[in-house]
Design a binder for this molecule. Structure first.
Ligand code: F6R
Length: 260
């Protein structure tokens, strides 16, 4: 069962997850973090930046991003290369050479998935993977119907995902139609999955991912196949969970030594 932690706010979630990551980095400086883009992980990155100000050294941390748009120049402000650089690499003081993002360049995209899988394997994988969740239950850009065994590859975004992400662009037309995304099989290889979700708009997807059947039709339900998952949600995103009383009981009675 995924551990479900219900917090008061996105900032509280950020503090909780960042404190855990900082503790892991203190134990082992060459920790590897899987980073997501979008709005959801931002409180974690902001809290990690505060950890850095307080003296935590992230310079030996390696990061692997989940996905990238196809056809956006890396320098485009909404390419995930740029977003990760702006939200993660610079504020956390990461070594840019240790930050990996899939190649979404049209000319070379055909081999991008295999190259990313090889880079992940050569590195030895991801210790902790941060995940957001789409309102339709996608993780990474694994849209509904994605194979639960899928590896990094090109995907076509649904119109709903493009509309959800249009807020980052001047118009819907500018949102790419394709992406390169880690597959569900890739994501499931990480040592620990931390899925975050905030707001009522995510409540249905969270409930289905945590408590519904495991199905390619609900890609985030893949978390039920992983042995170490933490789902951190605010009250609104938790509002459709049937067993929320039990999750609160478990967390309130959790031995301190267990950590996240
Ligand atoms: C982005 C990603 C996506 C987002 C999801 C939610 O790297 O992997 O799965 O996590 O689309 O986006 P936000 O957080 O903006 O609601």
């Amino acid at each position: 069962m995924a551990e479900v932690v219900i917090v008061d706010s996105a900032d509280a979630a950020g503090d909780l997850v960042a404190a855990h990551i900082a503790a892991k980095v203190a134990e082992r400086a060459d920790y590897t973090l899987g980073v997501a883009t979008g709005s959801t992980p931002l409180p974690v990155y902001q809290a990690l930046a505060r950890q850095r100000e307080a003296g935590v050294d992230f310079s030996r941390l390696t990061a692997f991003a989940l996905d990238e748009y196809v056809g956006l120049d890396e320098a485009h402000p909404e390419s995930y290369h740029s977003v990760i650089d702006r939200e993660v690499t610079v504020p956390l003081g990461l070594d840019p050479a240790r930050v990996h993002v899939p190649d979404g360049t049209e000319a070379t995209v055909a081999t991008a998935g295999d190259r990313y899988e090889a880079a992940l394997e050569a590195h030895g994988g991801v210790d902790l993977q941060l995940l957001g969740i789409g309102s339709d239950g996608h993780v990474g850009f694994n849209e509904q119907g994605s194979s639960l065994a899928s590896l990094t590859r090109i995907k076509t975004l649904t119109q709903r995902t493009r509309e959800d992400n249009a807020r980052f662009f001047d118009s819907l037309d500018q949102v790419p139609t394709h992406c390169v995304t880690q597959g569900i099989g890739t994501i499931l290889r990480a040592g620990h999955l931390v899925l975050l979700a905030f707001g009522e708009g995510k409540a249905d997807a969270v409930a289905k991912a945590v408590e519904g059947p495991v199905s390619a039709s609900m890609p985030a339900s893949c978390i039920q196949l992983h042995r170490h998952v933490t789902v951190v949600v605010d009250e609104a995103a938790a509002s459709r969970l049937e067993r929320s009383d039990y999750y609160r009981w478990v967390y309130d009675n959790k031995p301190a030594w267990q950590g996240l």
